[in-house]
Design a protein around this ligand. Structure first.
Ligand code: HEM
Length: 411
């Protein structure tokens, strides 16, 4: 009878790394280590997301992302769950889930918001807001780093990028959390609830959009999209899809890296001591923290034709999951890969931003925000002490934290 009640658990493939509990309990390291050593291109026949190929090593991920015509982002979307980009009742196309040539035009629309000169323009503002948030923290008293720092900083940044009403900015966090939760695929009523919030988000942005149509251009993403050629060809749902992409892309990822940096520096005190003694290591530390955290555990591709990867026969239509989380712990590329080394010589080679034509368009902005946070902490000689284990996000796409109790001390 017990097995009847738990059919999925009883069948569970120990190498099915899509299981939410691996991430909730932070026990994904061993199964990925086994996969990399024994089956870097591995077929899982039966998971709660259906059959998939698990690509867990660095080299085959680069190989697959270098062939976007064969391994499509559009054919099945970008996560292991089929519903995130398309639902039975509504399609919200996003350029992260498009192939060439459409992808090229739409990416070009938002890329100017992330050029080096835009980063210079935004940097003073990012520094001021980061300083203000750090100066508002209580010393010698426990608080949640996720809520007080990571969410606040990333949400403020997005509000500025979109010229979004300041007092409503936490809505961005709320919508982003719902949009990025792939576990919802398994619950019909939650799916419907999620869709409701996506419509609410769409209606809110439509209002902002209407206020800017026919107005002179302003340096925010909505205005940039309105005034671009590619945008003129986008319909309403495409516009909404791309906004949600930017909200989710810029939100959970940077937020979880900002929490990961506190957690990792506390866990690896030798690295922390080196960084505290030498702030010139901050640039490399940013790369190393993004590698170590890997805030998006995977992206997905779908084969458009039969192909061989890592000696395995992939058939047209099959789903391939590219585990960046595992590639970034690949010992053949990163020595002592599970350890955070602030002076790691090749930290920059990480795959957390992906590779190829879809490589993260917001990478520079994420790096700037994280570097600024580390610099402002260093200026204040602020050490963040982790009081207990964090509460983690229980799913295999967004790799992050719900809360992290900390206290502050000086070094
Ligand atoms: C694409 C990771 C920050 C916007 C991606 C991809 C990854 C990623 C893995 C997909 C690559 C692929 O499919 O090959 C991250 C990480 C971040 C971060 C780890 C922070 C540490 C941001 C920020 C923004 C952003 C701050 C914008 C505000 C996007 C967009 C795409 C994307 C629009 C789609 C690019 C395309 O399809 O051409 N990101 N991201 N991301 N990201 Fe990020």
């Amino acid at each position: 009878m017990a097995t009847m009640l738990h059919p999925v658990e009883s069948r569970a493939d120990p190498l099915d790394v899509s299981r939410a509990e691996l991430y909730r309990d932070d026990i994904w390291h061993d199964p990925f280590r086994t996969l990399r050593a024994t089956a870097p291109v591995h077929r899982v026949e039966d998971s709660s997301y259906g059959a998939y190929w698990s690509i867990s090593a660095y080299k085959p991920i680069i190989e697959i992302e270098s062939l976007p015509e064969i391994f499509s982002s559009e054919a099945g979307g970008i996560t292991i769950a089929d519903f995130i980009e398309s639902d039975d009742t509504v399609k919200m196309p996003m350029f992260i889930a498009m192939d060439r040539p459409k992808h090229t035009g739409q990416r070009r629309t938002v890329a100017p918001a992330f050029t080096p000169s835009e980063m210079v323009r935004m940097s003073d503002d990012i520094r001021r807001r980061t300083g203000e948030i750090l100066d508002g923290l209580p010393w010698g008293e426990e608080f949640d780093w996720v809520d007080r720092v990571s969410i606040e900083l990333t949400t403020q940044m997005l509000a500025i990028l979109f010229d979004f009403p300041w007092e409503d900015r936490r809505k961005l966090t709320f919508w982003s959390d719902w949009a990025g939760d792939i576990e919802l695929v398994k619950d019909e009523s939650k799916r419907a609830e999620r869709l409701g919030y996506m419509y609410e988000c769409g209606a809110y942005f439509k209002k902002l959009w209407d206020q800017k149509v026919g107005q002179p251009p302003t340096p925010d993403l909505i205005s940039m999209m309105i005034h671009s050629d590619a945008m003129r060809e986008m319909d309403h749902l495409e516009f909404l899809g791309n906004l949600i992409l930017l909200i989710v892309g810029g939100n959970d990822t940077t937020r979880n890296t900002m929490t990961g940096l506190v957690y990792a520096l506390d866990k690896f005190p030798d690295s922390r001591a080196k960084l505290e003694a030498d702030p010139s290591l901050i640039g490399n530390t940013v790369q190393e923290i993004i590698r170590w955290q890997t805030p998006l555990a995977h992206m997905r591709r779908t084969a458009t034709q039969d192909a061989i990867v890592g000696g395995q026969q992939i058939r047209a239509g099959e789903k391939l999951i590219l585990w960046y989380l595992s590639a970034n712990r690949d010992e053949s590329v990163f020595e002592d890969a599970d350890t955070l080394l602030v002076d790691r010589p090749n930290a920059r080679r990480h795959l957390a931003f992906g590779h190829g034509i879809h490589r993260c368009v917001g990478a520079r902005l994420a790096e700037l925000q994280i570097a600024t946070l580390l610099e402002e902490m260093a200026k204040r000689r602020m050490r963040v002490n982790v009081m207990r284990e964090p509460q983690r996000v229980a799913q295999c796409f967004v790799h992050g934290y719900k809360s992290l109790p900390v206290t502050l001390s000086k070094y």
